[in-house]
Design a protein around this ligand. Structure first.
Ligand code: RP5
Length: 156
């Protein structure tokens, strides 16, 4: 059973979303990845969001661009945390995506990472899961230490 659902609005989002998946794999977290457009296939989207809890997801990572309603609509339906990734766009540089995802109404938050912040979305999802998984927390600590080591190496 997958712990994390990764969902994106288009296959054009895949290069960014794959970075979230890479982090989850590195940390030993199971995930299911889907491409579902909330606008182009609303029935499929609602089915996905409504069944996400019974499928066992503890977090959803949702990425979309432009009028990026997918993460917010996941948060409206799925009762556990949703991490949103705004996609960079050629017309407005991703500000359209960012504002669409981050400006949620009170009561329906989306934990929004930076534009194209796929890796950080994976890390944030891992940190959420680590609040109730001490072994994962240890793996996350090792991951964070490895980042520190890489900074030190660059300084030498
Ligand atoms: C959004 O529109 C998707 O998330 C994607 O970022 C953007 C463009 O989609 P395509 O026209 O490339 O399919 O729904």
């Amino acid at each position: 059973m997958a712990q994390v659902g990764i969902v994106m609005g288009s296959d054009s989002d895949m290069p960014v979303m794959a970075k979230a998946a890479d982090v989850l794999e590195e940390l030993g977290i199971s995930y299911e990845m889907r491409i579902i457009s909330a606008h182009r296939e609303p029935d499929e989207f609602f089915e996905y969001a409504k069944t996400a809890e019974e499928k066992g997801f503890k977090v959803i990572i949702a990425g979309a661009g432009m009028a990026a309603h997918l993460p917010g609509m996941c948060a409206a339906i799925f009762p556990m945390p949703v991490v949103g990734i705004p996609m960079h766009t050629t017309s407005l540089g991703g500000r359209d995506s960012l504002y669409s995802i981050v400006q949620m109404p009170t009561g329906i938050p989306v934990a929004t990472v930076a534009i194209n912040g796929g890796a950080n979305a994976g890390i944030l999802a891992a940190k959420i899961l680590a609040t109730s998984d001490s072994e994962l927390l240890n793996r996350l600590k090792a991951y964070t230490s490895s980042l520190k080591d890489s900074v030190i190496r660059k300084d030498e």
